[in-house]
Each structure stands twice: as structure tokens, then as C-alpha cells.
Design a binder for this molecule. Structure first.
Ligand SMILES: NC(=O)c1ccc[n+]([C@@H]2O[C@H](COP(=O)([O-])OP(=O)(O)OC[C@H]3O[C@@H](n4cnc5c(N)ncnc54)[C@H](OP(=O)(O)O)[C@@H]3O)[C@@H](O)[C@H]2O)c1
Length: 199
């Protein structure tokens, strides 16, 4: 389940916007109802595992009150500027794997002097350091590259030592960098207020 909130779908337009730039968010089905349907898909043997994405502790708690099946995974934005330690600890306790999207932190993290310094120390690139930091804390990564060379680069990562990991942990600033995922001037992310998202 990509998001906890449900936005009007148009097969020709992934996220259709209203003329004023807003999204049409509907209250039904709720994520609890969608999850119950996903559980049926699992029961029918049509899926090996089911999971969620962009779920906070707040929304996982609501979901888990009703769920028969605990999500196998929660895919969320995670990189050195958005370490989300509380969410990570909560998911670990519940047996939910965390998968990082935008695991590099894009140019924001790649241009960070600490990341560049650690990359130089290991003869690696900043992108490799960001991915290696995620893996070192048991987070699954889904990096993306349109370049074969960078795809290969992302497969071979340095082993960071304790000092490196502590320095990178110190960069955490609860900063989202994934385009379109920051709150607008009214605190809304794709139709839901940050409070409801639990961000
Ligand atoms: N669940 C969600 O809401 C959600 C949201 C966003 C993304 N995702 C998923 O997560 C996947 C990864 O997210 P992402 O694309 O933001 O990940 P990312 O790997 O952190 O960032 C991709 C960007 O980094 C560049 N890049 C990749 N490897 C590099 C390297 N070694 N050196 C320098 N630049 C490098 C890419 O450029 P080049 O292509 O030019 O190499 C691209 O601009 C997506 O494909 C998508 O499936 C999920």
C-alpha cells in the first residue's frame, strides 16, 4: 500500500490534480479496509508477502489494531538526513522490515562534507557511503540509477567503521528530500496534513 491516504486515481494521470493544484483525497476506503483486502490476496496465495509504504508509527499503530497480518515491510524515505530512529525501532519491535527509498539522500547528502570525507577515506563515492550507512543499520535499500555504471557502483559498497557510522548518525536533521514529499505552506502532503500522516 503506497500511502496511508487515498487519492483519486486516473489511469491516464498517476496523481490527477484539481485546477487549484490540490489533490482529491477521499475518506473511503480507509487504509484499514485496503489492508483487509490485501490480506485476502495473501490468503488466496496471489502474493508472497504484503507491505506498506510511507507509514508512520501513528498509522502503523492504527493498522496493527485491526490487521490479521503484520506488514512484511514499510518502505519509507530514509537516508543520513532522515534517519527516523523511532520509526526504525518500532518496526523492528513489530517484525516489520524497513526499506529505504531515496536511500542516497540525493545531492543534499551526496554534497555533505562529512559524507564526502568518509567517501574519500574508503576510496568510495558519496552515494556508496549513503547506501552503506543504510545497510549497516539493517535497512534494505532500493537505489535507482538510469546509468549502468552507477547501477554497478551501487552494488559494491564500502564497509563503514563505528566512527564513520557515528559521524553519519550525527547528520540526522529530519529533512525530507524526495521531490513532492515535503509539506506545502499549509502543512499538507498530497492531500493529508502532516499530523494525520504522523510526520
Ligand atoms: N514509496 C514511495 O513513496 C517512493 C518514493 C520515491 C521513490 N520510491 C522508490 O524508490 C526508488 C529509489 O528512489 P530514488 O530514485 O529517490 O533513489 P536514489 O537512488 O536515492 O536516487 C536516485 C537519484 O540518484 C542518482 N544516483 C543514483 N546512483 C548514483 C550514484 N552512484 N552516484 C551519483 N548519483 C546517483 C540518480 O541519477 P542517475 O539515474 O542519473 O544515476 C537519481 O537522480 C525509486 O525507483 C522508487 O521505486 C518510492
Amino acid at each position: 500500500m503506497h500511502w496511508p491516504h487515498f487519492v483519486r486515481y486516473d489511469p491516464d494521470d498517476f496523481l490527477p490534480k484539481n485546477p487549484d493544484g490540490s489533490y482529491t483525497v477521499v475518506d473511503s476506503p480507509t487504509f484499514v479496509e485496503v489492508w483487509a483486502d490485501m490480506e485476502k490476496v495473501l490468503e488466496m496465495g496471489k502474493a508472497k508477502a504484503i507491505g506498506v509504504s510511507n507509514f508512520s508509527v501513528k498509522n502503523l499503530e492504527i493498522l496493527l489494531k485491526h490487521a490479521k497480518v503484520v506488514p512484511a515491510v514499510n518502505q519509507v524515505e530514509m537516508h543520513p538526513y532522515l534517519a527516523q530512529k523511532d520509526l526504525k525501532a518500532y518496526c523492528k519491535e513489530k517484525g516489520i522490515a524497513i526499506e529505504a527509498y531515496t536511500p542516497s539522500g540525493l545531492q543534499h547528502v551526496r554534497n555533505d562534507p562529512t559524507i564526502i570525507d568518509i567517501a574519500k577515506k574508503h576510496g568510495a563515492t558519496p552515494n556508496q557511503v549513503a547506501l552503506a550507512w543504510n545497510l549497516a543499520r539493517d535497512v534494505i535499500v532500493v537505489p535507482k540509477s538510469a546509468s549502468e555504471e552507477r547501477q554497478r557502483e551501487n552494488l559494491f559498497l564500502p564497509t563503514l567503521d563505528e566512527e564513520d557510522l557515528q559521524r553519519i548518525d550525527g547528520l540526522d536533521r529530519y529533512q525530507r528530500v524526495c521531490p513532492g514529499h515535503f509539506p506545502d505552506e499549509n502543512g499538507i502532503v498530497m492531500g493529508w496534513p502532516v499530523e494525520k500522516l504522523g510526520w
